[in-house]
Ligand binder design. Structure first.
Ligand code: E4P
Length: 233
């Protein structure tokens, strides 16, 4: 499963892209509304940092408006994927944009039947919102499992994005179910780094190594000899 970052913050993308784990990013109007600056600049800067698809969402509510916005968003950067909210007009928009070769992420899918319609309209990606399902006491794992099963059995080629991720367990569930992508907020990606045994283990390695000060000299010598050899060659 690939990891995307779900954010409108260039600083967050910069930070997490440095880990080497990002395959793409998703934005949405709410995430961009929290940021200062021109949305187009933000989207372009995220595209430059992430060497993969970056979803940017249309905001019109009629197909003509959505299609026009989708075409314009796509021209911001070659990495842009047009994000289209799930609705009848969104399906028509998805059909038109993908027919023109523009990749579409159909968002706000909360059921297998919606996901099947999105795939039928040609969506490249279908985003199912786990956290928002859990918020209304619907088992997001079950809905996601149904979508995965329907797509596999039906031979759908759309990739499933697990979205509205609230904690690391959502990411694990999405991977276990066979979703192609999870789009994860920076806060949850940072939580995924943490384990108390990792922290304790690193502390013990550090203390044991420092108990032999000559080992520090040995490591520095090893690095310096290599650097010197590289300079000579
Ligand atoms: C997906 O692409 C959306 O941007 C996002 O996951 C929404 O998550 P939220 O429910 O935390 O707003």
């Amino acid at each position: 499963m690939r990891l995307f970052i779900d954010t409108g913050s260039v600083a967050e993308v910069q930070e997490i892209a440095g880990w080497g784990v990002l395959a793409g990013a998703t934005t949405n109007p709410s995430l961009l509304a929290k940021e200062d600056g021109d949305p187009g600049d933000i989207i372009r800067r995220i595209c430059d940092l992430v060497h993969g698809p970056v979803s940017a969402e249309v905001v019109s509510e009629d197909p003509d408006g959505m299609i026009a916005e989708g075409r314009a968003l796509r021209e911001l950067h070659e990495h842009v994927v047009v994000k289209v909210p799930f609705c009848q007009e969104g399906l028509a928009t998805t059909y038109a944009l993908t027919a023109d070769g523009i990749p579409v992420n159909m968002t706000l899918a909360f059921s297998a039947s919606q996901a099947l319609l999105a795939a039928g309209a040609g969506a490249t990606y279908v985003s199912c919102f786990m956290g928002r399902l859990d918020d209304i006491s619907v088992d997001s794992g079950q809905v996601l499992a149904e979508i995965v099963e329907c797509f596999r059995a039906g031979g759908m080629t759309s990739e499933i994005i697990a979205a509205s991720i609230r904690h690391p367990e959502h990411v694990i569930a999405a991977a276990q179910l066979g979703c192609e992508i999870a789009t994860v907020p920076a806060k949850v990606l940072r939580q995924m780094l943490q384990h108390p045994l990792t922290t304790a283990g690193a502390e013990r390695f550090r203390a044991d190594w420092q108990s032999r000060p000559e080992f520090g000299d040995w490591m520095r010598g090893l690095v310096d000899r290599r650097a010197a050899a590289a300079t000579r060659s």
